[in-house]
Write a protein that binds this ligand. Structure first.
Ligand SMILES: *Cc1c(COP(=O)(O)O)cnc(C)c1O
Length: 367
């Protein structure tokens, strides 16, 4: 149904450009395993993201599991439940125990005031999420991490291209994970990366994602298969040419939403990073949080769906409420729960028109 408006729509480069980019692969016959496209894309990304090192992965989740493994973390990890399944799952799948910290009401990132009381002698790391591209309070997190000797890995899946005071968001903490999934601001169909400052991590991550193979006849480590292939890398090379143009289009849409909704009582708009002049945003999401609004969330979603508009409840439920985690962890995150129960992420993507934004806002505001 081509008339349906979903929360996002994948950015695609011009078809001919992609075909041109992959032509070489038919000549060489090398379509994965650290090929020419991957190497080129890795370099281009390091530049674009303004980070020291990038290691590419088949998807963001594998990138996150791999960096957790690379740091050989043990015991407990402080994180938040207001995120995509991947963050909590990665921690648990690596044999660690998530300890859930609440979020703050301003930008829905980890509440730094509440971190220290959750630290025990078993804590080895903090894995915060830059939710919707809102950068966490990195200064406060760094201070706590230094004081207690903890690693910091950011889930930066929402943060492609975000820069604070000319520093790429991927430079913060010990490492950051990016996702290039089809639904994100920037995609390689599926794909992901870890960024990091410590050069020695490069070889470790390579071993992890390539079965631990260290030479033709040597396997030194019990690794997995997390490699990005050449077709993904080629998609990345092509999409990267359009990313700035794409983000600019999103900015126009984002500002139109604000213009249309700013006087609506009971709707909280995503203003914090938008008003922060130090941050170059990527306008990845447009979340609104209802606070005693004249309609309930379900009413509003129903009205939009009747017009073939499909917003999403990112993130609902919070991960701690998943069936697979039932009764496993203590739940002391009331703000995360409240935001999760009242949030709607509205459609935003490069091809969304101003007329469509106006239509969506009209439906929201109508009685
Ligand atoms: C998309 C996403 C991931 C996972 O990335 P994939 O590339 O889909 O594996 C992790 N964390 C957050 C917050 C995400 O939005």
């Amino acid at each position: 149904m081509s008339d349906n408006i979903y929360v996002t729509k994948s950015s695609m480069p011009p078809f001919e450009q992609y075909v041109e980019e992959i032509r070489e692969l038919w000549e060489s016959g090398i379509i994965t395993n650290n090929g020419v496209k991957l190497k080129k894309f890795e370099k281009e990304l390091e530049q674009y993201l303004k980070v020291e090192n990038v290691s590419l992965f088949v998807n963001g989740h594998m990138a996150l599991e791999s960096i957790i493994e690379a740091f050989d973390l043990k015991g407990e990890v402080i994180t938040t439940p207001f995120t995509f399944a991947s963050t909590t799952h990665a921690i648990c799948r690596k044999g660690l125990t998530p300890v859930f910290c609440d979020i703050n009401e301003d930008d829905y990132t980890i509440d730094v005031e509440k971190i220290e009381s959750l630290i025990t002698e078993k804590t080895s790391a903090i894995i915060p999420v830059h939710v919707y591209g809102n950068i966490c309070n990195i200064e406060a997190i760094e201070k706590i991490a230094k004081k207690y000797g903890l690693k910091v890995i950011y889930d930066a899946a929402h943060c492609f291209g975000i820069v604070k005071n000319d520093v790429g968001v991927g430079c913060f903490g010990d490492a950051s994970m990016f996702s290039f999934h089809a639904t994100k601001v920037f995609n390689t169909i599926e794909g992901g990366a870890v960024s990091f400052n410590d050069d020695t991590l490069k070889d470790k991550l390579h071993l992890i994602k390539n079965f631990g193979i260290s030479g033709e006849d040597n396997v030194d480590y019990i690794g997995t298969n997390g490699k990005m292939n050449e077709f993904q890398a080629a998609m990345g090379i092509c999409n990267l040419k359009y990313i700035d143009e794409n983000i600019n289009k999103r900015k126009v849409i984002f500002e139109r939403y604000i213009e249309n909704l700013k006087n609506e009582k009971g709707i909280k708009l995503p203003l914090k990073q938008y008003l922060n002049k130090d941050v170059k945003s990527n306008y990845a999401y447009f979340p609104i949080v209802l606070d005693s609004y004249k309609k309930t969330r379900e009413q509003l979603i129903l009205q939009l769906k009747q017009e073939n508009i499909y917003p999403r409840k990112y993130f609902y439920p919070i991960t701690i409420k998943y069936f697979c985690y039932e009764n496993m962890f203590s739940d002391n995150t009331p703000i995360a729960e409240k935001i999760s129960n009242n949030v709607i992420t509205l459609p935003i993507f490069d091809k969304l028109t101003i007329e469509q934004v106006d239509k969506i806002c009209k439906i929201i505001k109508n009685n």
